[in-house]
Every structure is written in C-alpha cells, then in structure tokens.
Design a protein around this ligand. Structure first.
Ligand SMILES: NC(=O)c1ccc[n+]([C@@H]2O[C@H](COP(=O)([O-])OP(=O)(O)OC[C@H]3O[C@@H](n4cnc5c(N)ncnc54)[C@H](OP(=O)(O)O)[C@@H]3O)[C@@H](O)[C@H]2O)c1
Length: 271
C-alpha cells in the first residue's frame, strides 16, 4: 500500500506585523478589509465618524491582534492628520494604506447642488490625496509600501444616479496609475479596486431609491440586480477584503497601477 501523505499548503501573504490604516472602516467594505488584514497578522488602524460602531469593530480587531481606532471624518484634513499621528504613536510607521469613504449622494446631474459637488470632491477625492501624502514619505524612506484605493464599478461603467461617484471614481483610476508610476521606484505599489454590487448598508441605501421608484419589493429588486451579474449574485464584503489583503501583501509585489474589477463580472467592457 502507498503511504498516505497529506500536504497542506497555506499561502502566507508575508505581511505579519505590517501597520495598516483602513479608512471609513466601522462597517461594510472598510471593515471587511480591516478584518482581512488583521487575520494576516497586520496591526490595523481604523476610522469612522461615529464612535459606537467604531469601538465595536476595534474590539473585534483586538481579538485578533494589535489595533487602534480614531474617530475621524475623512472629508476633514485635520481629522486625517490626527488619525495618522495617533496610528503611528499606537502601532508604528504605516506600511499599508487602504483609502475608502462613504458614498457620495445618490442623485442625477440636475438634482445636485454646488455644495454637494464640493463635499463630494473633498470626501471622495481629496481624502485620498491627503492620506496618501501623509503615509508616502515614510514608505519612501523604508522603501516598501502598499496603497489600495477602494473605488467603484462606476469608474468604468457610470450609473446615472451616481453622478459624483461616476465622475470622481474614473479620476481615481487615473490617480492610481500616476501614483504607481511615480512611487514604483520606491518599491511602493498603488492599485485600485473597482467594487461591484456588494451587500452592505450602502447597497440597501441605493436599493431604497430604486425600490421606491420602481414599486418592486427589496427581494424583487435584488433578484433583478443579481440576474444582471454573470455570477448571478451580489458580493459579500469579505470578497473585497480578501482581495485587498492580497494586493497589500508581499505576494502581490509585481502588481501596480491596476484598477482591478471585483464585481462578479458585472462590468461589460473588455478594457
Ligand atoms: N457596497 C457596494 O456595493 C459598493 C459598490 C461600489 C462602491 N462602493 C463604495 O464603497 C464605499 C464604502 O461602501 P460600503 O458599502 O462599505 O458602505 P457602508 O456599509 O455604508 O459603510 C461605510 C463606512 O464608511 C464610514 N464613513 C462614511 N462616511 C465617512 C466619512 N465621511 N468619514 C469617515 N468614515 C465615513 C461609515 O461609518 P460612519 O457613518 O460612522 O462614518 C462606515 O463605517 C463607498 O464609497 C461606496 O460608494 C460600494
């Protein structure tokens, strides 16, 4: 009889003890990224505007390893600087940055006020610029860094009601590429995730308007949405978190400048 050998091969992402900041992370996609990075051994710092949920997630992270939380609004540069400084004090220099935010208003072009555009630019684009500026000098001096921008499928496939998001998210793909070009020589990779339809509170908020307009029930609405996705279902937050952990890892050392669709195939274009 042949000897029975059991091979168990676990892919080590080699980011144990790396310090990761994950923005807008008390719920949904940000939380899923924070948990995925913590499970890979990272020391994770999170932020959000409301402290109750934030503290709950910090406790979940502390069950896994070292973690920190700061109450911060990503549209405020002062809050972001404070979060960054508290993170460095609590966990050490930042190796990994995941940018994220709440979604801009769900409105068509003529429904938007000037102020909503200004806030949208501040919270969806400028927060990414501010946070990147804070972490990059340290990454450059240590010659290692990973930046992952969470964006949206609307970067490639604009949606009418998501006017601000559609405008800014395609710009973020441009920013991802220019940052990748400029910081590649420092061994820093910069990538974006174009998120598809993922079941989070934000997804329910988007559904609310469409349910209201169409007269469908939530179940009917989600079944209809799933039927348009090649994988025939909406995604789970951890399906974003795990891809982000991979892109943030040593194993993804030759991937940079990519806007990666994690969307169950819903984006129709080939480019
Ligand atoms: N879910 C999807 O299907 C989907 C698809 C494409 C793109 N996206 C984009 O992905 C991002 C995250 O969406 P999600 O589905 O994870 O949303 P979510 O479940 O509503 O969670 C949003 C998280 O961000 C925090 N947040 C919101 N505004 C913030 C601010 N100004 N400063 C700091 N934290 C803030 C929230 O906490 P507080 O409220 O306490 O601040 C919460 O922790 C959004 O930009 C959304 O447009 C989502």
């Amino acid at each position: 009889m042949l000897p029975l050998r059991l091979y168990i091969h676990v892919m080590d992402l080699q980011i144990e003890d790396r310090v990761a900041m994950v923005a807008a992370s008390s719920k949904g996609l940000g939380k899923a990224c924070a948990l995925a990075l913590a499970r890979e051994g990272c020391r994770v710092s999170i932020c959000a505007r409301h402290s109750d949920e934030l503290e709950r997630v910090k406790d979940e992270l502390l069950d896994i390893g070292p973690a920190h939380a700061t109450r911060a609004d990503v549209s405020s540069p002062e809050d972001l600087r404070n979060w960054y400084e508290e993170t460095v004090d609590a966990l050490g220099q930042v190796d990994i940055l995941v940018t994220n935010t709440g979604g801009p208003p769900v409105k068509k072009f003529m429904e938007l006020e000037d102020d909503e555009w200004r806030i949208g630019v501040q919270s969806t684009l400028l927060n990414v610029v501010t946070l990147s500026r804070l972490v990059l000098p340290g990454m450059q001096s240590r010659r290692w860094g990973r930046i992952v921008h969470l964006t949206s499928l609307v970067a490639k496939q604009p949606i009418d009601e998501l006017t601000i998001s559609s405008t800014i998210r395609s710009g973020l793909s441009g920013l991802t590429k220019t940052m990748a070009n400029q910081f590649g020589p420092d061994r820093i990779t910069v990538n974006a995730i174009l998120t598809g339809h993922i079941l989070t509170d934000r997804q329910y908020a988007l559904a609310e308007r469409r349910v209201h307009e169409s007269g469908l029930s939530y179940d009917q609405y989600f079944n209809q949405a799933a039927a348009e996705i090649p994988l025939r279902r909406l995604g789970e937050p951890k399906e974003i978190g795990e891809v982000v952990a991979f892109l943030a890892s040593e194993r993804a050392s030759y991937i940079t400048g990519v806007s990666l669709q994690v969307d169950g195939g819903v984006i129709k274009s080939t480019w």
